[in-house]
Write a protein that binds this ligand. Sequence first.
Ligand code: GLY
Ligand code: MN
Ligand code: MN
Length: 456
Amino acid sequence: MKRDSFISRRNRLFALMQEQGGGVAILPTAREMTRNSDNHFPFRHDSYFYYLSGFTEPEAVIVLVAGKTGNRAVLFCREKNLEREIWDGYRYGPEAAREQFGFDEAHAFGALDAEMPNYLADAGTLFYSTGADNNLDAPLQNWLQIVRSKARSGISAPDKTVDVRCLLDEMRLFKDDSEISAMQHAAVISGAAHARAMRFTQPGRHEYELEAELLHEFRRRGAQAPAYGSIVAAGANACVLHYQANDAAIKDGDLVLIDAGCELDSYASDITRTFPANGKFSGPQKTLYELVLAAQQAALECARPGSRYMDGHNAAVRVLTQGMLDTGLLHKDKVGSVEDAIADSAFRQFYMHGTGHWLGLDVHDAGSYRETVKIGDEKPWRTLEAGMVITIEPGIYVRPAEGVPEQYWHTGIRIEDDVLITADGHLNLSRDTPKTVAEIEAEMQYSERNGNDGRH
Ligand code: GLY
Ligand code: MN
Ligand code: MN
C-alpha cells in the first residue's frame, strides 16, 4: 500500500480534529505478548495504528498534533539496535521510519515519557481511546499529571477527551481503492484455498488435514496469516458455531463446513463453504443447502446503496423460516404462520446468528451498525453506501430434537461471501469460490477419487 494512502488518512483525521478546535491524538500499536520466557505470541499490529501509518513494528505510538499554526504527525518507534537486529531482524529506527512512512517527526519509543508532556501542554482536546490499552492509560495519567503541575506557569492540561477510535471507525467503514484491491486479492486467495480443500477432501481424512491445505494455499500465494481461527467442521461439528478443535475424522456422508479466510497486507477475507465429504450431496443435504443458498441470494439482493444494514438479515430469515416450515423443521401447528415464526423468533432454533458484519482490517471490522441520529426512540440501522464491505453469511444448524425430521439431524450449513457495496449494487469479492451444488460437485471431481490429490 502506498505511503500517500496513509498520509492522506492522517490528513483527513487532522481535518476532523481541527473541526473540533484542534488537539493531540495518541494511537499506540498492539503490545507484544509473552508466551513464555523470551518466546512471544505472533505479533499483529493494531489496526487503527496501521490504518494511519502502514508501520508494522511493535513498540510504536503515533502522536498527531493538530495545532493552531498547523499539523504535525509524529511517530515514536524502536531505535536501531544492531544486537537485537541480529536476533529479531531489521528495525527502521526513528529517522528511516520518519522518511519511509512520511511523518514530520520521529523519536525513540523510550523518549515518550520525556516528550509527551510537551505535546500535551495547552493541547485543548485529547483524542484518545481510554481503556483500549491498559499499558498506555497509566503513563498517560502521569504525563497529564506533569502538565497539570505546571498550572501556575499558565500551562493547561487538555480539558476535553474525544474517543479517536470513533472518528477512525467512520473512516474505516469506507474503503479506498488500495483497500479494495487488497481485499479483492485476499478473497481470491481464500477462494483458491477453499477450492483446494474441497478437492483434497476424502472420507477418512481429518479436519486438520484440510486446515493444513488451507494454510498451505494462503501462504504459498503470499498471504501472511489466517484472518481468524479457521473452522473446519465435519458432520455434527458444523453445528458448533465457533468450532476450533479441527481434530475429527471425516466420515462418508458428512457435510464439511469450512469458515476460513486469509489476511493479506493487513486486510481480512472471511469465506464459508459447505460441501459433501464424498463429493455428492444427498437428497436431504441438497434440500437444506439450496435453502441456505436461496436465503443468501435474498440477502445479496439487499446489498446495494440505500438498503438498511439489517434488510439482508431480514430477507434471509424470511426465506429460511419459510423453508423450515416447508421441510418440517418447524411445524405450523406449533409456530403458526411464517410471520408468527419470525415475530416469535422460532427460526432461532436453527438459525441463531446474524447474517453478516463489516469486513476490513479486522474480520469483524470497525464501524457503527446504527445511524447516529434517532428516528423516534431508536437509531435506525445503518444505510448501506458505496465503499462499505460486508459479509453475507446465512446458515442452518440442525441438532436432534423432538419433532425434527431425523434425516436432517447433525447438519450444519453456512454460505458466506464478502461483498463490496458499489454505486449501483455490489461486487461479490469471493465470487470465484465454488458455491452452487453443481459447482461444488464439479470441483470435487478433481479429487483423489480420480487419482489426483487435489493440490493443483
Ligand atoms: N469467521 C467469523 C465470521 O464469520 O464472522
Ligand atoms: Mn466466517
Ligand atoms: Mn463472517
